[in-house]
Design a protein around this ligand. Structure first.
Ligand SMILES: *Cc1c(COP(=O)(O)O)cnc(C)c1O
Length: 393
């Protein structure tokens, strides 16, 4: 039962305007419903958005697909280990298992909830092949330290940038850093959306060539070029058992228009986050960390944590917000608590004290560009009411 007559305010909603709708209709009328000119244009415009047209951008039908292609292309396979954070969505880690390699989960920095670099270092073994940091909530992980560590140990770095469009790290956009590959998500609740979709970004031409072949069935149309200038239009060679990970032009049409609005979306989310920060400062709540001075936070998520002395627990706070008609989520139930990961690697909460402590106290409250100022005020009032003892309310 809801205590309110106001419409339910979900925790996330896509922001799709008339320009997106017109672009999709144009695609439908064009006859190109699968991968075609708009997917190619989306790749070029994504590189331009990142400010470096020499980047290879490879549009895929999900970030999960992009992470899988990147991990395959850097050569991860049976016997290898990949280190990532326990405080992420399972997609980050599952792609390593697709390839028969093993995942080493490590704890987070308690302030940022980003992967703890000291914990990475302690987890490196002779089998370690790659590191997969996640820019949690849209705040950059400590990429300078991660790249230095990777360089010292000869490891590949694949950034899970599902939350990080646009995020900067040391003044440079995520996607342009010194990693082997960076993967963005355009899932429905991400910072821009194509419904389902993702983008793999790399500076490495060989990695890009492999990912493009594996994106579509292991099909290579360039193979013929070496022998003759005249390639028949129908000719291709299958060089590997590839995947079906291409982005449709219908989805790319959405992406082309969403990309133009990415910075405006981010600015709106940042303004909402600032309003939340100010409103919650005096309450028994821990507000999310800011980006370092001069850096940009993508603000994909606004993750609140209840202070240890808060009068109610996280589950009660979520129940009270739902009763007030406000949707919430939890990012994330850490991987070490899920049966598959727990059982495969014999994991215990005590191995991940910071992630566990945060998980027990955290919730994500609504943060999306279509929220009105009235919606923001409503969330603030509901949170304040829920955590303030009735006597002083
Ligand atoms: C959403 C998400 C993914 C997966 O993105 P899809 O595009 O849905 O495959 C991967 N990692 C993180 C951290 C995410 O939030």
């Amino acid at each position: 039962m809801s205590d309110t007559d106001l419409p339910f305010l979900p925790f996330a909603l896509p922001d799709i305007g008339e320009a997106e709708i017109a672009e999709v209709v144009d695609t439908l009328r064009s006859g190109w419903v699968t991968t075609g000119p708009k997917a190619a244009r989306f790749e070029r415009e994504f590189a331009a958005f990142l400010g470096d047209e020499t980047l290879h951008c490879i549009a895929v039908n999900s970030a999960t697909a992009g992470l899988h292609l990147a991990a395959e292309a850097v050569g991860i396979g049976p016997g290898d280990e990949v280190i990532t954070t326990t405080h992420t969505f399972t997609a980050t880690a599952e792609v390593v298992r697709y390839l028969g390699a093993d995942v080493k989960l490590v704890d987070v920095d308690p302030a940022t909830l980003n992967i703890d670099v000291a914990a990475i270092e302690a987890a490196i073994t002779p089998r370690t092949k790659a590191l997969m940091p996640v820019h949690f909530a849209g705040l950059a992980a400590d990429m300078d330290a991660i790249h230095a560590l990777a360089h010292r140990h000869g490891l590949k770095v694949i950034e899970d940038a599902a939350h990080a469009l646009p995020t900067t790290c040391g003044g440079r956009l995520v996607g342009t850093l010194a990693s082997e590959a960076t993967v963005f998500s355009f899932y429905a609740n991400k910072t821009i959306t194509t419904g389902e979709g993702g983008m793999l970004v790399t500076r490495d031409a060989a990695l890009a060539a492999r990912a493009k072949v594996m994106r579509l069935h292991g099909m290579n149309r360039d193979a013929f070029d070496r022998f003759t200038a005249k390639v028949p239009s129908w000719y291709y060679e299958i060089v590997a058992p590839g995947y079906k990970y291409n982005l449709t032009d219908i989805a790319a049409a959405l992406g082309l228009q969403q990309l133009k609005r990415a910075e405006a979306f981010r600015a709106r989310r940042e303004a909402i986050a600032a309003a939340y920060d100010a409103a919650f400062a005096e309450l028994p709540l821990i507000t999310p960390p800011r980006a370092r001075p001069g850096d940009t936070h993508a603000w994909h998520l606004y993750v609140l944590r209840l202070a240890d002395d808060a009068p109610i627990g996280r589950d009660t706070l979520i129940e009270r917000l739902f009763a007030a008609g406000i949707g919430c989520s939890v990012h994330y139930i850490p991987l070490h608590l899920h049966p598959y990961w727990r059982e495969r690697y014999g994991l215990q909460p005590a191995m991940f004290p910071h992630s566990q402590h945060a998980y027990e106290r955290m919730l994500s409250i609504p943060l999306f560009s279509r929220m009105s100022d009235g919606d923001v005020d409503r969330v603030i009032a509901a949170v304040r009411g829920a955590v303030t003892p009735a006597a002083v309310r």
